[in-house]
Design a protein around this ligand. Structure first.
Ligand SMILES: Nc1ncnc2c1ncn2[C@@H]1O[C@H](COP(=O)(O)OP(=O)(O)O)[C@@H](O)[C@H]1O
Ligand SMILES: [Mg+2]
Length: 474
């Protein structure tokens, strides 16, 4: 009788690093991509040298799909239930014990569902990619989180909710390593998979990460509100500026002013106190406002302004008259019935021609090696403005200033402000598109850059996962 793997060679790959007893569960589909990769492996010493010494704790796709116990199978076929900013607010308005418990059960089932989809995505990556040490660490983190949340029983009491909240906080902390690990994994795997597919994977997994953090942090914030001494059940919270993580009235001008000041301080600390820092001017519809998750907006605006300020400083230092004032950065606000558009225009010389094609990519481009090295210095990343470190103190966000509430995570992660990780733009776009907005850049070679951030004003747009195809992005 033929060995098992040969009998079913079109469908299975025998994982030699596993004991024989686990072969049955170690059946994974061999995609044409993987088959050609395995042949390439044999022929191409370059790629062979990419085999990681690390033994991945691999679990096959079928654990979640065909062969797993029914409880597991259930998760991957479940669809994520998209949520809008407005719904997030409604959960928090007139907060009662019953509403808190219903929010808890939404999170309790939604987290493992969304994580299960991502685990399935990872299992579908070519083996040589998923066994990359960084990617496989992320896989382990996801699997552990999935396994933890799927076991949590229905929340019926406030004590049950406390237990759930503890697990959520633990997961959020443990997952601070995810972004740097994924970014390093993707950079190390470039060349092993088409760049567009790697970027698609990265965009999907990051969007999903945002989605889980939004619902998890929203629930933690609601629980914190419910437990606070000033709270009385059923009281209307509509007067308050925040409902959980949602800032009901983000006034664009205030957010930009706050970010501008933070970015200018960062630039001064990174480039020296005598550096000429460009002024940041705001014009247009100064009253523009919309509901939003403030930390998301601060991240996007912070990254765009950081790029502009740095480009202007560098160009100006090379100019004929570096002691003069550099040209200002102009921020224009435009309020339309459906959107608010924020344009950031700088005169920093535009995007270097060799970088332009790779602007939105996580995994390729001429600066790959430098970025890998830089990422090695950032073990934890929450992707917030606050985690940028200035002279041993961190920035505070508007959110923490106004409400006394700070996202639990931004206080844990720090990263040096002048390290270029190549993730500012692609990650900002993931944030922008998450709430049905967009981010575009136009570079005027030799002159400057115009960045256009469009935000959906109504707040009732769902997370971007309405269709079955987009569902996979949750
Ligand atoms: N406003 C800008 N002016 C000039 N170059 C820019 C601008 N914004 C971005 N860039 C270029 O694009 C690159 C990628 O930007 P980003 O994704 O924010 O990553 P990072 O800033 O960490 O390198 C930058 O390194 C820079 O070369
Ligand atoms: Mg940047």
């Amino acid at each position: 009788m033929l060995p098992f793997a040969v009998q079913d060679a079109t469908k299975t790959l025998r994982l030699t690093s596993r004991p024989r007893a686990s072969i049955i569960t170690a059946r994974i589909p061999v995609s044409p991509l993987l088959t050609s990769r395995l042949i390439a492996d044999r022929n191409n010493s370059n790629i062979t040298s990419k085999r990681w010494s690390h033994t991945a704790k691999w679990r096959p796709v079928q654990v979640l799909d065909e062969y797993g116990p029914p409880a597991l199978r259930l998760w991957v076929v479940k669809e994520a239930r998209p949520i809008s900013l407005r719904q997030l607010m409604v959960f928090g308005r007139s907060l009662t014990e019953a509403r808190l418990i219903s929010s808890a059960n939404y999170v309790r089932t939604e987290l493992p569902t969304r994580i299960a989809h991502r685990i399935r995505d990872m299992q579908r990556l070519p083996y040589v990619v998923v066994t990359n040490p960084h990617i496989s660490d992320v896989y382990e983190l996801y699997y552990t989180a999935f396994d933890t949340f799927r076991r949590i029983r229905e929340v019926k009491t406030l004590e049950d909710n406390e237990h759930l909240c503890k697990e959520i906080s633990k997961m959020l902390r443990a997952h601070l390593t995810v972004i740097p690990k994924l970014a390093m994994g993707i950079l190390e795997c470039s060349g092993l998979m088409p760049a567009a597919e790697l970027d698609h994977f990265m965009n999907t997994i990051l969007r999903s990460r945002i989605s889980r953090r939004v619902i998890a942090e929203q629930h933690l914030a609601l629980t914190e509100t419910f437990n606070s001494h000033w709270f009385s059940p059923g009281a209307k919270l509509s007067e308050s500026e925040f409902i959980g993580e949602v800032f009901i009235k983000c006034i664009a001008k205030d957010v930009i002013e706050h970010c501008a000041k933070a970015v200018q301080d960062l630039a001064r600390s990174a480039n020296g106190p005598d550096t000429k820092i460009p002024e940041i001017r705001i014009n247009g519809h100064m009253e523009s406002s919309f509901p939003y998750i403030l930390s998301h907006l601060e991240y996007i605006i912070g990254e765009l302004l950081r790029n502009s300020v740095q480009a202007v400083i560098e160009k100006h230092q090379k100019s004929k008259d570096p002691s003069s004032n550099p040209p200002p950065i102009e921020v224009t606000l435009c309020e339309a019935p459906q959107h608010v558009i924020i344009r950031i225009s700088d005169q920093g010389g535009g995007i270097p021609r060799d970088i332009l094609p790779y602007l939105w990519s996580f995994g390729k481009g001429p600066l790959k090696n430098q970025r890998l090295e830089n990422l090695g210095q950032v073990p934890l990343m929450a992707a917030t403005l606050q985690e940028l470190k200035v002279n041993d103190s961190k920035l505070t966000g508007l959110q923490s200033q106004r409400s006394g509430h700070d996202s639990s995570l931004s206080s844990l992660a720090t990263r040096p402000p002048n390290l270029r990780l190549g993730m500012g733009l692609p990650l900002s776009r993931v944030y922008a598109e998450y709430w049905a907005g967009s981010l575009e850049l136009h570079s005027l070679e030799g002159y400057g850059v115009d960045a256009f951030l469009q935000i959906s004003k109504l707040g009732n747009k769902n997370e971007q996962l309405a269709t079955r195809a987009a569902m996979d992005a949750v």
